[in-house]
Design a protein around this ligand. Structure first.
Ligand code: G6P
Length: 355
């Protein structure tokens, strides 16, 4: 199939397209000298906070990441599953900025949430890959992630592009210098390329493909990545997988941890959060679970791990993008080993237009 450029599946091709997709997302939008982000599409945007994200599936994980970023920069922000947004009657008024994160721009749950926000008088932004989509047309503004077409049902490059686009949005909506963020973003495409060139996910997938269940743990910026790593694996391999906030493991999920359940721990940076996650890793290691550390090597987590999936040293944004790429590759190679229908997993659709 010519469209796959020699790859067995669109998913693997799209995983490898990420450095290019991220460069496209950044092109013309950042100025390293002045430390400013310019998003022409949002020139007319008036509101700035509080921000409410609405999204589904993988896009919801990107929204969680975006809300963390905004809060870190002093902007009140929350993310909601679009399907719960109306059910839960989330307070929204004309001062609220509601951001729909949707690759396709057609997801029914997300469209419903955006329409409700619109009716309540809130300003709305669609963060989408699809020019001319319902979300792009109906929202007050559309910020394009520019990932290019994604054919595989499981979202890969669009998630990375959402992470970067939401980082740009966070810079645009917050006061203060973006120099550090822009410098980090500049390096991310090359860092992703490094992961693609050196990943040992194939070997790790071979070792654990037959496991009973897979757990993923992370804190802070790596918490949404833990959720996304588990979702990707369950979507395409049909193996049981769950992602947890690392600190929640001891409040229940630890009961499921055995020597048959590999735990993938996202440990990047060397701050208190990372050190706490290392403590959580020790807890699972003491229960004989195999541990795979996804790490930049800045803590001693390797001492407690059976294997390491390495990511380049970066700030928390770069680390969240590159760690996720390792987990995409893991999911792909587990599913490949199990002979699954990777580009078209059973029961799933690329775009879900019913509530
Ligand atoms: C479907 C897809 C998921 C996707 C979700 C949201 O369930 O299978 O991969 O994350 O919809 O899609 P959207 O286009 O709104 O990002």
């Amino acid at each position: 199939d010519a469209g796959k450029s020699g790859y067995d599946h669109y998913m693997l091709k799209e995983i490898h397209e990420q450095p290019t997709a991220l460069r496209q997302c950044l092109r013309g939008r950042v100025d390293e000298l002045t430390g400013t982000v310019t998003l022409e599409e949002l020139d007319a945007l008036e509101s700035s906070s509080p921000v409410q994200f609405v999204a589904c599936g993988t896009s919801y994980h990107a929204a969680l990441f975006g809300a963390t970023l905004l809060r870190d920069r002093g902007v009140p922000a929350q993310s909601f599953l679009a399907s719960e947004y109306s059910t839960d009657r989330i307070p929204v008024d004309p001062s609220t900025l509601v951001v729909g994160v949707t690759q396709s721009g057609e997801t029914a749950d997300t469209m419903r949430a955006l329409r409700e926000a619109n009716r309540a008088g809130a300003e709305t932004v669609a963060v989408t890959n699809t020019v001319g989509s319902s979300a792009a047309r109906e929202c007050d503004h559309a910020l394009y992630i520019r990932a290019g077409p994604e054919i595989g049902v499981a979202a890969t490059k669009t998630f990375a592009s959402q992470q970067v686009a939401l980082t740009l949005l966070a810079c645009r909506l917050s006061n203060g210098s973006c120099h550090g963020v822009i410098r980090a973003l500049r390096d991310v495409p090359d860092q992703v390329q490094t992961v693609l060139d050196t990943s040992q996910a194939t070997e790790i997938a071979a070792e654990y493909a037959e496991s009973d269940a897979f757990f993923f743990i992370g804190r802070g910026y790596q918490y949404p990545v833990a959720l996304e790593g588990a979702l990707k694996l369950k979507e395409i391999s049909y193996r049981h997988a769950e992602g947890f906030a690392a600190g929640e493991l001891k409040h229940g999920p630890l009961a499921l941890v055995t020597e048959e359940t590999p735990v993938f721990a996202l440990v990047t940076g060397d701050d208190e959060q990372a050190r706490k996650t290392v403590s959580n890793v020790k807890e699972v290691e003491a229960r004989d679970a195999p541990v795979v550390a996804v790490t930049d090597g800045r803590t001693d987590v390797e001492r407690y791990a059976d294997h390491v999936l390495e990511v380049p040293a970066s700030n928390e944004i770069g680390a969240a993008v590159t760690a996720n790429v390792q987990l995409q590759l893991l999911a792909y190679w587990v599913a490949h080993r199990l002979g699954r229908s990777i580009d078209k997993p059973r029961h799933l659709a690329k775009s879900v237009t019913v509530e």
